[in-house]
Design a protein. Structure first.
Ligand SMILES: NC(=O)c1ccc[n+]([C@@H]2O[C@H](COP(=O)([O-])OP(=O)(O)OC[C@H]3O[C@@H](n4cnc5c(N)ncnc54)[C@H](OP(=O)(O)O)[C@@H]3O)[C@@H](O)[C@H]2O)c1
Length: 332
C-alpha cells in the first residue's frame, strides 16, 4: 500500500524559532477516492510568513488557526493522479490549499487548474500569492503615479521584489529596504531598483534622505521594524502607506508600536492594510493586469527551493532570519 506522509501541527506558536516539537510527522495510507473526488500528488508547496499567524492560537485573525492534530496549512501545486470528478482528469496540474502532505484528497472545491507551461517553482514564485499580493497591494491600494517615489521593505523577498519591479515599470523612483548587501546588490543590479538600503547598516536616516531627495509618496510595508519610523517621517503630503506585512514581529509574539498618528493628520496620509483572502475572487482581473509585465520580461524573480516535506519545519525559520533568497518553496 502506498503511504501518504503528512505533517500535523501539534502545538501553537507564540514566540521564538520554529522547532520540530511543533509538529508530528505521520504515515497514513494513500487516500482512496469516491465518486466526485480526485487525488492530487503534491509536487511543490509554498512556505509563507502567514504560517506564523496560522500556527498561533489567535482566533481573532482573518483566518482561523490550524487546528491542533490536523495537517499544517499551506498552498501548493501538484498533479491529479486519480479522478472521478467531472472537471478534473488525470494529468491536470492544479494549485490549492493542500497542506503539508504528499497526497491531497479533494472534491474539487478551491482547486484551480494551471494552464501555464511554466515550471512549478515559477508558478508559486510569480503567479500565485506573490504576484497577486504585489499587484493588488500596489495598484488597488497604493494607487501609484509616474514620477512618485516608492519605498518598499522586504524588497528582495517574494512580494517586495515584484512590487518594486511593477513600480519601476510604471515610472516611479523605487528604493528597497533589505537585510543584506547581497540582496541590496541583487535588487539594484538585477532588478533595476534605483537604490537599496541594508537595514542592518548604520546611518539609515542619512541613507534614506540621500535616496529619497523628494520625500516618499508611497510606502509598501512588508516588514515593520525600526526603519518603519524613518520611512514614515519622510512621507510627503497625501502619501499612501500600504500595510502588507510585519514580519519583523512575527517571531516575537508581540507587535512593536507604530509611529504616532500626527503625520497622518499633518500630511493627510492614507494608511491601509489588506489581506489577499479578501481578494482571491478577483484573481482573474489581477492576473490580467499582472501577466503583461511578466510577458514583457519586466518581472525577474528567484526561488529558494528546499528538498523534502520535512524541510518545511526548519525552513520556516529562513523567513524570519532572512536566509531565504527569493520565494521559499519545498520540493516534495
Ligand atoms: N497581506 C497579505 O495578504 C500578504 C500576502 C503575502 C505576503 N504578505 C506579507 O508580505 C511580507 C513578505 O512576504 P513574502 O512571502 O514575500 O516573504 P519574503 O519577503 O520572501 O521573505 C521574508 C523576508 O522578510 C525579511 N525579514 C525577516 N525578518 C525581518 C526583520 N526583523 N526586519 C526586516 N525584514 C525582515 C527577510 O528579508 P531580509 O533578508 O531583507 O531581512 C526575509 O527574507 C510578509 O510580512 C508577509 O506576511 C502579506
Amino acid at each position: 500500500m502506498t503511504t501518504n506522509t503528512a505533517i500535523n501541527l501539534i502545538k501553537h506558536h507564540e514566540s521564538g524559532a520554529i522547532s520540530a516539537d511543533f509538529f508530528q510527522t505521520v504515515k497514513l495510507d494513500k487516500p482512496s477516492i469516491k465518486e466526485g473526488e480526485l487525488l492530487v500528488k503534491q509536487n511543490h508547496m509554498s512556505l509563507d510568513p502567514a504560517m506564523f499567524g496560522w500556527m498561533n492560537a489567535d482566533t481573532e485573525s482573518y483566518i482561523p488557526p490550524v487546528e491542533l492534530g490536523s495537517v499544517m496549512r499551506s498552498f501548493g501545486i501538484g498533479e491529479v493522479v486519480e479522478s472521478s470528478h467531472p472537471d478534473f482528469k488525470v494529468g491536470d496540474r492544479v494549485t490549492g490549499m493542500m497542506g503539508w502532505q504528499e497526497y491531497f484528497l479533494s472534491n474539487g472545491e478551491g482547486l484551480d487548474k494551471v494552464d501555464s507551461p511554466l515550471p512549478d517553482a515559477d508558478v508559486l514564485s510569480v503567479f500565485a500569492l506573490p504576484g497577486l499580493t504585489a499587484t493588488h497591494g500596489l495598484f488597488n491600494v497604493g494607487q501609484p503615479k509616474a514620477g512618485e517615489t516608492l519605498v518598499v521593505t522586504g524588497a528582495a523577498g517574494a512580494v517586495g521584489s515584484i512590487v518594486g519591479q511593477l513600480a519601476k515599470a510604471e515610472g516611479l523612483r523605487v528604493i528597497g529596504i533589505v537585510g543584506s548587501e547581497e540582496k541590496a546588490d541583487w535588487i539594484v543590479k538585477e532588478l533595476g531598483f534605483d537604490g537599496a538600503i541594508n537595514y542592518k547598516s548604520d546611518d539609515l536616516d542619512t541613507q534614506l534622505a540621500a535616496l529619497t531627495p523628494k520625500g516618499i509618496d508611497l510606502f509598501f510595508e512588508n516588514t515593520g521594524g525600526p526603519v518603519q519610523h524613518l520611512i514614515y517621517n519622510r512621507m510627503n503630503e497625501h502619501g499612501r502607506i500600504v500595510v502588507c506585512g510585519l514580519i519583523a514581529d512575527y517571531e516575537n509574539g508581540e507587535y512593536r508600536a507604530a509611529p504616532s498618528w500626527i503625520n497622518v493628520i499633518k500630511k493627510r496620509l492614507t494608511v491601509q492594510g489588506f489581506v489577499m483572502t479578501d481578494h482571491f475572487h478577483n484573481s482573474p482581473a489581477l492576473l490580467e493586469k499582472f501577466a503583461p509585465y511578466v510577458m514583457e520580461g519586466k518581472i525577474k524573480h528567484r526561488s529558494h527551493v528546499l528538498d523534502g516535506l520535512e524541510s518545511a519545519i526548519s525552513g520556516l525559520n529562513l523567513l524570519t532570519t532572512g536566509g531565504n533568497k527569493g520565494k521559499l518553496i519545498v520540493r516534495l
